[in-house]
Design a protein around this ligand. Structure first.
Ligand code: 6CS
Length: 335
């Protein structure tokens, strides 16, 4: 009897110790604390720390090496959470390059909100795919539409001939800019500023909020709204780490994810406007062009080849995602 009571007491003490255990979790991202990924991470950290004894250490861009290095560490379980965009993950997970496909995402802020909040493709089709790579997908969110900054203006694929455009290291982005008529060069974020300064590249694409924050407008002459994609990013946990958590901690993470996602979706749809306003204020001489519908139509036509390249790499599963994304786009626009 005494022995049983002692064993029960021990189990109770262990359970109590477990439930009260304070773990330190590491969270790596590709941006700074005031950038969109940092805003999401900070909100996620606040929620975790408010509702548990666990703490989160956020490692901003560069703190753990380049994006590829951080992903290796996340897959190995050395860091528990990672925000990595499909522009970098795409080489590892071809299906993730769906988020880079031209002209299958909206640009209007309300449509963007609906597409990411309710879209079936975004919310239902990627979880199992990321799992195959040891990652528990938590959130996918936009950071604003991709805008192209160049030294010379362009309105047609012919204008882009010979222009060296930096892309993130995604095979699909290289296909995209080839289809658009340019000469793309893939490189990490850490190399881009130097490459623009030394004319190793003539341009690049990024959302307005990022272009302004990192002075990319000052290194180029023209910014062109092509309307071809949202800069999309994804937050993940190491799958083994996640599976090893108690139900209570899994719920803690899912709840913090839901709060951080709602927060960033509301903020993200304001970012295009904020970024553009700041650029106009700080760099009034900068040329800002928007392709007309007719000019866009030429690039949309060129995108068919990119869709084919995507399906070749991502297979039938990729084809289904693309089909669903197109339906989600129609649904988002129907509002
Ligand atoms: O162009 C890039 O590489 C970077 N762009 C953004 C918006 N976030 C991080 C990424 O490394």
């Amino acid at each position: 009897m005494f022995k049983t009571l002692t064993t029960l007491g021990l189990i109770a003490a262990m359970t109590l110790a477990n439930s009260a255990r304070a773990d330190e979790w590491r969270y790596a991202m590709e941006e700074g604390l005031t950038d969109p990924q940092g805003m999401y991470a900070t909100k996620f950290k606040e929620e975790i720390e408010k509702n548990s004894k666990h703490t989160i250490n956020i490692y901003p861009v560069g703190a753990l090496g380049e994006s590829a290095d951080a992903m290796e560490q996340a897959q190995a379980g050395l860091i528990q959470f990672i925000d990595q965009s499909p522009g970098f993950t795409g080489a590892l997970i071809p299906e993730a390059e769906a988020f880079l496909l031209p002209y299958v995402q909206p640009t209007d802020p309300q449509e963007v909100h609906k597409y990411f909040k309710e879209g079936k493709a975004v919310n239902e089709m990627f979880h199992d795919i990321y799992r195959e790579h040891g990652l528990e997908l938590l959130s996918v969110f936009p950071e604003g539409q991709q805008v192209v900054t160049t030294m010379e203006p362009f309105r047609t694929p012919a204008d882009l001939a010979g222009m060296k455009i930096r892309t993130m290291p995604s095979p699909l982005l290289l296909e995209t800019y080839k289809a658009f008529g340019a000469s793309p060069i893939a490189m990490s974020w850490g190399e881009l500023i130097g490459a623009l300064k030394t004319n190793m590249v003539d341009g690049q694409e990024n959302p307005a909020i990022w272009i302004e924050a990192y002075g990319l407008d000052n290194l180029t002459k023209v910014m062109t709204y092509t309307g071809h994609a949202q800069y999309t990013t994804a937050v993940m946990a190491n799958a083994d780490f996640y599976d090893g958590l108690s139900d209570k901690d899994k719920k803690l993470i899912q709840d913090a994810t839901a709060v951080a996602l709602d927060y960033i979706l509301d903020e993200a749809v304001k970012m295009d406007e904020i970024g553009l306003r700041k650029i106009k204020e700080t760099n009034p001489g900068y040329t800002i062009n928007r392709l007309t519908d007719a000019e866009r139509a030429v690039f949309i036509e060129r995108s068919k080849a990119v869709e084919q390249a995507f399906i070749e790499r991502a297979g039938p599963r990729g084809a289904k995602i693309l089909e669903q994304m197109k339906k989600d786009l129609v649904a988002a626009r129907a509002n």
